[in-house]
Design a protein around this ligand. Structure first.
Ligand code: SF4
Ligand code: SF4
Length: 185
C-alpha cells in the first residue's frame, strides 16, 4: 500500500465513506486480543495507547507508563490485531526475503540491542526500522529493558543492572525503575 499526501488551498467537501468489507458477524478477535485495550469497537481505536505507538513515536516516558507492563513480547511495534484478524488470513505473500535479514537477526536479540553502538544502529538498523530516527537508539534500548522486565529471565539481570549506568539518561531511568521494583536501588 502507498500513502500519498497533497497540499491544497481549495475549498473541499469532507466525505467520510468506507468501502471496507464489513467484519464477520460476532467477530471481536482484534478487540479481545489488543493488549492495551486500544480497540473498543469497529473502526475505532485510541492511537495513543497502542503498543505500536508507544514503542515508536510515543512512549517517551515508559518508566511512568503503566501500559508498558502490557507490552508482552513487543519491542518495536505490535500488529497483534492484524495477526488475529480473519480478514487478513492468507493475504500475506512471502515472496521475497527482507533484505539482509540473516545478517541483522542476531543483532536484534534483546541483549545485543542493549549493547548496540550508534554507528551500527545508524548504518544497519535505522534505515530498515525507520519509525525510530537515527538519534533514537536509546528508545530501542528502553523498549528492550521493558521487554526484559515483562518477560524476565535470570540472565537478563546483569544487563538490566549494567544499564543503570548507561550513558543515556532515559535508558538509565528505565533500568533504575526496574531495579527499584526489585528493591535493588
Ligand atoms: S497494534 Fe497492538 S496495541 Fe495497537 S491496536 Fe493493534 S493489538 Fe492493540
Ligand atoms: S478481527 Fe478483523 S474481522 Fe474481526 S472484528 Fe477485528 S477487524 Fe473485524
Amino acid at each position: 500500500m502507498d500513502l500519498e499526501v497533497w497540499l491544497t488551498d481549495k475549498e473541499m467537501d469532507l466525505r467520510e465513506t468506507s468501502d471496507l468489507p464489513p467484519c464477520p458477524e460476532g467477530c471481536n478477535r482484534c478487540i479481545a486480543a489488543c493488549p492495551t485495550r486500544s480497540l473498543s469497537e469497529p473502526y475505532t481505536m485510541l492511537p495513543n495507547t497502542c503498543v505500536s505507538f508507544l514503542t515508536t513515536f510515543g512512549g517517551r516516558n515508559l518508566p511512568n507508563e503503566p501500559l508498558s507492563k502490557k507490552f508482552g513480547s513487543c519491542i518495536y511495534g505490535c500488529d497483534i490485531c492484524q495477526d488475529v484478524c480473519p480478514m487478513n488470513k492468507g493475504k500475506w505473500q512471502e515472496n521475497e526475503d527482507f533484505p539482509g535479514l540473516s545478517e541483522l537477526a542476531p543483532m536484534l536479540i534483546p541483549e545485543n540491542i542493549l549493547a548496540m553502538d550508534e554507528a551500527y544502529y545508524k548504518e544497519k538498523i535505522q534505515p530498515r526500522f525507520f519509525y525510530l530516527s537515527p538519534d533514537e537508539l536509546w528508545k530501542w534500548k528502553v523498549n528492550v529493558l521493558c521487554f526484559m522486565r515483562n518477560n524476565y529471565q535470570e540472565e537478563y539481570k546483569p544487563h538490566i543492572i549494567a544499564a543503570c549506568e548507561n550513558e543515556n539518561i532515559k535508558v538509565q531511568e528505565m533500568a533504575r525503575s526496574i531495579c527499584n521494583e526489585w528493591g535493588e536501588n
